[in-house]
Design a protein around this ligand. Sequence first.
Ligand SMILES: C[S@@+](CC[C@H](N)C(=O)[O-])C[C@H]1O[C@@H](n2cnc3c(N)ncnc32)[C@H](O)[C@@H]1O
Length: 315
Amino acid sequence: MPEIHLPVCLDRTVELLAPAIVGREHPIIVDGTLGLAGHSFELLSRFPHLTIIGIDRDADAIAHAAKRLEPFHGRVQIYRDSYDNLGKVLDQFGTRTVDGILLDLGVSSMQLDSVERGFSYSQESALDMRMDRSQGLTAAEVLATYSEADLTRILRQYGEERFAPRIAKAIVAERSKEPISKSSMLVELIKRVIPAPARRTGGNPAKRTFQALRIEVNGELDILDRSLPIALDRLAVGGRMVVLSFHSLEDRIVKEHFARVTVRKDLPGLPVELPGQEQKFALIFNGSEKASEEEMLVNPRAKSVRIRAITRVAA
Ligand SMILES: C[S@@+](CC[C@H](N)C(=O)[O-])C[C@H]1O[C@@H](n2cnc3c(N)ncnc32)[C@H](O)[C@@H]1O
């Protein structure tokens, strides 16, 4: 279990969700990426009448969160599922809509720190990287089975790796001799094939490849894309949704979905909105926000966060 876990943008997240909680009799917030329950713990502490529906696809995270949230017994319902199954989860819970939804995307510090999970390029482990270890291909299986073109694509798109073609080529050559099953094998291969000047700058050169594999293994972008219309549909009037993204592609998906539902559909110049064309959602602020400089200093994960927030203004 990690000793230190700092939830990213904790105060700002609570502040953004608060208007959807305060003044409501029985408010419900969905924490779709419960993780170590840092955000949920704070919300439950600050708002004694709040109920949290917590979702995580990782069994270890669920166990940890359940323990941490024990003091709030009766106000928390936890589901081991993927947040794109939000509709099913809410049906099971017995509600059509909720007052708030939080997504704090990506990987938790516990996942990164658990050597056997294979997320970390700095510790030796089997290349697994599945958040839900009961489903899907491991990172080692992706490395063993994907074509060179597909490996290049995921390294380039999800890892923003300049040397994607070189690395993909080397993976295909290496796997014909021996399966790339351990993190150190992949790290060594990357160090070998990227040019020496690039090895000396920008931190561990394996970081981008590991990120790309993790996003691919867990289908992270597809799930996000699929889930946003479902989440928005389940938001009550006055409800709020806050998303913390850590990758430009994640943030773009959120930006595009939020833009689509907030764009005005009435004709310019008309004094009233046409029936059926009323605006159902509004951005809580334009664009995205970053973490404060102070937070970035104490929490490296906060460096890449982009926050977006939306509210439902009509049924
Ligand atoms: C950054 S952590 C969340 C940290 C949490 N907000 C806290 O303060 O402790 C992200 C969590 O989301 C989970 N996760 C990622 N993708 C998921 C998905 N599609 N469905 C459910 N949980 C997911 C991961 O397993 C991980 O525990």
